[in-house]
Design a protein around this ligand. Structure first.
Ligand SMILES: [Ca+2]
Length: 581
């Protein structure tokens, strides 16, 4: 029986999707959802308001003039946050002479331009941060502004600890920030709207950035005389050949077709891209034939995909120890040249580039994900809201959060952007020095489009700051073989991941999560349990348990809250549809 340490599976749903420059952070950050349980136990639920489906009426109004949006406070205003630190952040700060987490280019800018003085109640690393935040939320001792996930938001709101930000959002959001935060519609706001009040400001991201690609060792394809995959059948043939035909030519049976991790929904080395090939979308809500919302994870298509993965595992095409390895461990096999394929998001090159350190011939290429013969491929995308800024009840300047976000966006992507000073300074992710880090969700795709345009026309003037910085790195790789530009070319180059995303979009292949209502009442207590149940059932089947266990899992999922959640999700859909008429 598969026996693993429980993995906080929800982390992927709210996975902070950021650009490729942040890859190390993105790959290593783990949100500790265990705090939610603690929170559920501590906060009385009698404030529970029921799931709100009211839309925020003010969202479409323009702010009443720009008078105070960028205005500096005449006397300084203090605001406290709490802060997660990490090795990558510390390493970066150590490379920035004269700067610390408490005193740096961002804190200085906020103070100088807005008169806002930042303070951290406490700073902690990784796991400890998650635990401390859980205790802080449960005890009601929160900073002036706190970054939370949708579950924590609901708990704080139910406990009456945070204030209504409807007016702050209406009055203090710059048109630029508004266009970015609302780029994918009202979903993130719906999820933060409780009893008609906007209880937090969403830091939105982009769904399309979660699109999956199939990454293949092209030097192996060539060595074995194989063609790039066009169907799932091709993928399976290639996987088999990469396992048994000695693609690395060392005479040893020491390679694997496909990389996986113990967290099956990992954005890199996960199963979502493969499952889509069978019409299975295990972690989004989809519409069934009757137009009702159903959970992708319990549909029969998943059963078929699991059967395929089980065969691959039993035939030795997967690392026999993958079920014990998280991404940072699984990646070692890639570095050692033992892996021929993996599914992953656009920033995958920065994860697999290490394979080129010991083997100069190692080369990779992104391909569109493919479907089994006779099936049209759909590319599942996860929802785009991960985190929210809530403001402590009683804090006198709730608008501070919006003012910081406005300036952050303006400084990095506005008309007079200083991208290479405030965002990415000589490949250092200095944006992380700021406690608020909103960004245009499509910035990476936009940068790709600008680069493509510039490469076609030869007119570099179309490149804005970020695209220009990326283009320079691609150029260095293409013309001078500067290895650090390899990943940028794989992602943003003419045949890179974003060229495929562009195609997905043009061909109408993108499949968005059909539920964008945030957290339903039953999800608060049950979602995490259901997710563990799902991961465990899937993993056991891949590792060889009878496929009938899938049917039992579906029954259990429905019984343990899934049925109730499905009802709630469809209630949301009905109300939403009615409002749209
Ligand atoms: Ca070999």
């Amino acid at each position: 029986m598969y026996n693993y340490k429980k993995i906080p599976i929800l982390e992927m749903i709210f996975y902070r999707r950021i650009g490729v420059h942040d890859v190390r952070i993105a790959a290593l950050t783990k949100t500790k959802w265990v705090v939610i349980l603690l929170l559920s136990a501590c906060i009385p639920t009698d404030h529970t308001s029921g799931y709100s489906v009211q839309r925020l009426a003010v969202v479409d109004e323009q702010p009443s003039g720009n008078h105070s949006i960028f205005e500096k406070y005449s006397s300084p205003v203090e605001v406290s946050f709490v802060r997660e630190a990490g090795d990558d952040l510390e390493r970066m700060i150590s490379q920035l002479p004269g700067e610390t987490l408490l005193d740096n280019r961002w804190t200085r800018l906020y103070e100088q331009d807005l008169g806002i003085k930042l303070r951290y109640d406490w700073i902690a690393k990784g796991d400890v941060y998650g635990q401390k935040l859980g205790v802080s939320l449960a005890s009601g001792r929160i900073p002036d502004v706190v970054k939370v996930n949708p579950y924590q938001l609901r708990q704080l709101s139910n406990a009456g600890l945070i204030q209504d930000l409807s007016e702050v959002y209406t009055t203090y959001t710059s048109p630029f920030a508004k266009s970015i935060l609302e780029a994918e519609g009202s979903g993130p706001f719906d999820a933060a709207t409780i009893d008609g009040k906007l209880m937090a400001i969403p830091e939105t991201a982009s769904s399309i950035e979660t699109a999956q690609y199939l990454w293949v060792r092209t030097d192996w394809l060539e060595r074995l005389g194989l063609q790039p995959p066009e169907t799932m059948e091709d993928v399976l043939d290639i996987s088999k050949a990469f396992t048994i035909e000695d693609p690395d030519g060392n005479g040893e049976p020491d390679t694997y077709g496909l990389a996986l991790t113990n967290h099956l929904w990992d954005p890199v080395m996960g199963v979502a891209g493969l499952m889509a090939g069978y019409g299975a979308y295990p972690n989004i809500w989809i519409k069934d034939a009757d137009g009702k919302l159903v959970y992708g994870g319990i549909q029969p298509e998943v059963r078929e995909a699991l059967q395929v993965l089980q065969t691959m595992y039993l035939e030795g095409q997967l690392d026999p120890e993958f079920s014990y390895k998280k991404g940072t461990q699984a990646v070692r096999l890639i570095k050692d040249g033992k892996i021929g394929m993996l599914y992953g998001e656009q920033w995958t090159p920065f994860m697999i580039q290490s394979s080129r350190e010991d083997d100069a011939e190692a080369d990779w290429q992104a391909y569109p994900i493919v479907a089994e013969s006779g099936r049209q491929i759909k590319v599942p995308l996860r929802t785009n809201a991960w985190q929210y800024f809530a403001v402590r009840k009683g804090y006198a300047h709730p608008e501070v959060v919006m003012k910081l976000m406005n300036l952050h966006l303006q400084t990095n992507w506005g008309e007079q952007a200083q991208y290479e000073t405030y965002y990415n300074d000589d490949s250092k992710a200095v944006w992380m020095l700021s406690p608020v880090t909103p960004f245009p969700g499509t910035k990476n795709l936009d940068a790709y489009r600008q680069i493509r345009e510039a490469q076609r026309s030869g007119n570099l003037a179309v490149l804005q700051d970020e695209a220009s910085a990326i283009q320079k790195r691609i150029e260095a790789y293409v013309t001078e073989d500067v290895e650090s530009g390899w990943g940028w070319n794989q992602t943003y180059g003419p045949t890179g991941a974003f060229s495929i995303a562009d195609g997905y979009e043009r061909n109408g292949q993108l499949l968005y999560d059909q539920f964008t209502g945030g957290i339903t009442e039953t999800m608060i207590d049950r979602q995490m349990i259901l997710n563990d149940l799902q991961l465990e059932a899937y993993m056991n089947i891949i590792l060889g348990r009878p496929i009938e266990e899938f049917d039992q899992f579906v029954k259990n999922w429905l019984k343990l809250g899934g049925e109730q959640i499905t009802t709630e999700v469809n209630t949301w859909l009905k109300t939403k549809t009615a409002l749209e008429r």
